[in-house]
Each structure stands twice: as C-alpha cells, then as structure tokens.
Design a protein around this ligand. Sequence first.
Ligand SMILES: *Cc1c(COP(=O)(O)O)cnc(C)c1O
Length: 402
Amino acid sequence: MNKEYIYLDCAATTPVDPRVIEVINKHLKKNYGNASSLHSLGLAANNILEESRESVGSIINAEKDDVIFTGSGTESNNIAIIGAALANKKRGDHIITTSIEHHAILNPCKELEKQGFKVSYLPVDKFGIINIENLKETITDKTMLISIMFANNEIGTIEPIKDIAEIANDANIVFHTDAVQAFGKIPIDVNNLKFDMLSASAHKLYGPKGVGMLYMRNKGKKEGRGKYCRPIMFGGAHERNYRPSTENVPSIAGFAKAVELAKKEMPNEMKRLTKLRDKITNTIERKIEDSYLNGHPTKRLPNNVNFGFRYIEGESILLSLDMEGIAGSTGSACSSKSLEPSHVLLAIGLKPEEAHGSLRITLGRFNKENDIDYFLDVLPPIIERLRKMSPLNKDTKYIIKK
Ligand SMILES: *Cc1c(COP(=O)(O)O)cnc(C)c1O
C-alpha cells in the first residue's frame, strides 16, 4: 500500500507501532522458549511474561496477578460472560447488558439464552447512554452478572461506568466491562471504578492482533461468594487455568510495549486527538447540510467521529474516500460486510435508512493535522456528488454551504 494512504479506521484496528514491532521481533528471534519449561530459555520467557503482566496491569492500576492474557478481546469477553454464567448458575439465571454492545458480548449472551439464561438488553438514549434508574429497576434477585461496555466502538459514547459499577457492587453482582475501545485511550483505574472483570485487546492500541487481556479482581474470587468466573477452556495450567495454551510471549511483550507507550503518551494524545475530532465535527457541521453527529458531543472517545449524511449511503462515501486514499468505516468492521443496519445506530433511534448513511472516522497516533485537513477538503465534494446521483434526493436543491 502506498505510504500516503490516510488511515482513519483506528476503532477497527490500529497500525502496529514500529517500537512494538522491534520488541516482538527481538523476542521472536531470541526468546522462543516455552514459558513453562524449566531450562533457562523457559525461565527467560517466563520472566518476560511476568514483566509484561505487570506493565499491562499498571495502566489500569491492576495487581499483576489479576491480569490474564488471552487470544483477543473477543476471547476475553467470552471467558467473562460464559465463565461468570457458569460460576453463578446457583445464584440466578439473569444477566444484564446493553443493546449497543459489540457482537463479542451480544453473541455469547445469545448463546446463553439458548441454554436457558435470561438476558436483559438495556436501551440507550439518543446519545447512546444507558439510564441508571432503568438499570436499577432491571436488577432482580436472580441477576448474577452485569456487563456494560466502557465506550462504544461505533459512536464513541462513554457510559456512566462509575455509577454502574457502584450499583453492581452494592447489589453484590459480578460486574464486567468491555473496555476494548477505552483501554489505553482514556484513564481507567480498576480500584476507583470497582470492576470485577475488564476486557482489552492489543491491536486496538498499536499492538499486535491476536492478544488480549482479561482483568479479574482478586484472581476471580468475590468476597464471601467464592469464584465468580469459571474457565471455559481446558488444558494446561497457564494463565491460572483460564486460558490454557502455551503463551504467545513475543506478542504479549509487544502488548506490554504498546501499553507502556500508551501510558506515556496518553495525556498529550487525548488533547491532540480531541482537538482534531472537534475540528472534524465543526467543519462538517459548518460545510455540509443535512448532516448530524451520532453519539454524545462531549462524553465520547477523543478519537471518534460518527456522522450521518441524509439521502446517501455510507458505503458509497467509503468507496469514494478510498479512491482518494482515505480509509474510513460505516460502523463496526465486524458487521460492515453484512447489509444489516448497525444495531447501535438503530438503538440510538435512527431509522434504518439513516443508519445506512453514516460514516465513522476514528483517529490515531499516526494521523497528522494535514491528513485531517485533506480529508475535510475531499469530503464535501464527495457528499455533493453522491447526493446529485441519489434517488432519495431528487427534489433537494443544494446542500453544500458555500
Ligand atoms: C474490537 C472490539 C472487540 C473485539 O476485540 P478482538 O481483539 O478483535 O477480538 C470487542 N469489543 C469492542 C468494543 C471492540 O471494539
């Protein structure tokens, strides 16, 4: 791919930071030992593994032993949701989540429904935020797990996670959050926020694909209630039995490097990206009529912009942008190959045709201000051209403000 390509799809995945690649390569070459072996190559691998555990945990203030490395964000979510359901069956059969979760939460929940569990999917308001009173009312004496995402991957909305965690804790219900989009992007402190479990994934923060982590408070034991999550895979005794497989030490070390960089750069990156994000939002609102921001204007991730454009389809905007050397998205990468409108955009109240007309731009570490200026130059004429061709727009006269 030509190096001028402007990548604005960082919620789908991020490019791997060259400093991370360096670490992975070094360990691939030198540290190929099995971290469970007792010879010195094994011990070296085990040391790297344990140091990485410490670094990855430190960004959320987690105890090193509460960090479990997994194969992905999806895997972390499956262990959390299915494992908690299995461990808490005796207590109840009711799970609470939201209607805007990633499919890596929704689909394990659907599977549990097939097995007889009951799942409540909380609705959200027009910004994508759940209602706290509604959450309280939904809890029953059978509720044994609450799983609510930290920040949404399509519209960037940040949930009132501190209030949610407090409610779950007061009711002594296991609380999990899918923090894949928030981890390393905005501050998270597991002690302040009282999560029992939290999922993250390396490839969303400039690390390699195929490595995730699941934080489990107190090694998976809740005071007075024994284990709150049971393993769902069985094999060796790796990762406290929750993820039996020979650890992918080079990638885990790469994850640790990515976290170390994220920790160091977070305060500046948050400011820089928020400024770019708001520049995009303000410019689109000023230049393109019949466009609207999806998600909350301020309670949102610093790198996320999601806009709806009336009368046209998101897909066609994407293809036109791609021809200009810009990568964007219509929503979640996981559902973008299906023709179903986004469940997130429907949940915030958009009509199916509106949900089809949206564009997600997610920024990252390697985007410069002139990339954004270029994007903002090419977008309005693309929208104008597509609207001229659009059958939905026969009678509309004009749209681009001069
Ligand atoms: C990307 C993503 C996942 C899945 O993570 P993988 O490592 O790709 O399996 C889960 N949840 C959210 C919110 C995501 O954005």
